[in-house]
Design a protein around this ligand. Structure first.
Ligand code: CAA
Length: 258
């Protein structure tokens, strides 16, 4: 394997994972997908990591898509494998991770790049960011969950327009459409993500993980979100965090979750 394509940094209980192929606008080749997959699993397994911030290196791009040069000569079977492995290894993994992921969208988020941001739990964009699913301009369709997650986030009509025109939208429109939660200046992007992370880390990680599971159940085939909520609500009552949270409330003090 060649040199790593990601950078990992820790700041208290916030782990920042930076995709680091700036010369290729952080395009996701298979090595980067494997490294991201591994990094997310490791972060999720570490008790000390309560929030993950995902971003791209350089000034131009979060991620400009799947690596076109890598898949340009693929066959039908190889194309299916690329998509399936991407879903399994990274995009579904990210969406279902119990540690919340904030995508810090610092420039172009196109194709697989927007799909990665959409797999995160929270999205913050810099005001120069541009987002789109341009795959049909290459003769393919979004293959890392974009046809599903974009429609879930912005509605079917707007998703169809973005996909069929292959166009890019501004950060401002992305916020209006519900695709990103916040827009900041480029300089304030990481600060804003850390501000949100700072609020999250005060809360119960185990409860947040179960809440993610319950919210995602609505978007998972064969699952009933209300039933998942009832089940996981009940499971909370067996956790140390529940005892600490409710005891702290009664004792009129701040909860100290381990
Ligand atoms: N794959 C591979 N390389 C990419 C790339 C990608 N998705 N996006 C950019 N690059 C490379 C360019 O080839 C170029 O490399 P070289 O210098 O070696 O030629 C370098 O990054 C810089 O890019 P540009 O010179 O094109 O930069 P620009 O400022 O002129 O344009 C851009 C920026 C509009 C983002 C343009 O790079 C672009 O259109 N990129 C492709 C976007 C795209 O189509 N993404 C979807 C990919 S398909 C996909 O994601 C499938 C899926 O769902 C699974």
């Amino acid at each position: 394997m060649s040199e790593s394509n990601i950078i990992i940094e820790n700041n208290d209980s916030v782990r920042t994972i930076t995709i680091n192929r700036p010369k290729q606008l952080n395009a996701l080749n298979s090595q980067t997908i494997s490294e991201l997959s591994q990094a997310l699993k490791e972060a999720d397994a570490e008790i000390g990591v309560k929030v993950i911030v995902l971003t791209g290196s350089g000034e131009k791009a979060f991620v400009a898509g799947a690596d076109i040069k890598e898949f340009a000569s693929f066959s039908v079977e190889e194309g299916k494998k690329l998509s399936k492995e991407g879903h399994d290894k990274l995009f579904d993994l990210a969406q279902n991770l119990s540690t919340p992921i904030i995508a810090a969208i610092n420039g172009f988020a196109l194709g697989g790049g927007l799909e990665l941001a959409m797999s995160a739990h929270i999205r913050v964009a810099s005001d120069n960011a541009k987002m789109g699913l341009p795959e049909v301009s290459l003769g393919v369709i979004p293959g890392y969950g974009g046809t599903q997650r974009l429609a879930q986030l912005v509605g079917r009509g707007k998703a169809m327009e973005m996909i069929a025109t292959a166009g890019m939208i501004s950060a401002e429109d992305a916020q209006k459409w519900g695709l990103v939660n916040h827009v900041t200046t480029v300089d304030r992007l990481m600060e804003k993500c850390h501000e949100i992370a700072g609020k999250i880390v005060k809360n119960s990680s185990s409860a947040i993980g179960l809440a993610i599971k319950a919210v995602n159940a609505n978007y998972t085939d064969g699952e009933n979100g209300f039933e998942t909520e009832i089940e996981e609500f009940g499971n909370c009552f067996g956790t140390d965090d529940f005892k600490e949270g409710t005891t702290a409330f009664i004792e009129r003090r701040k909860a100290n979750f381990k």
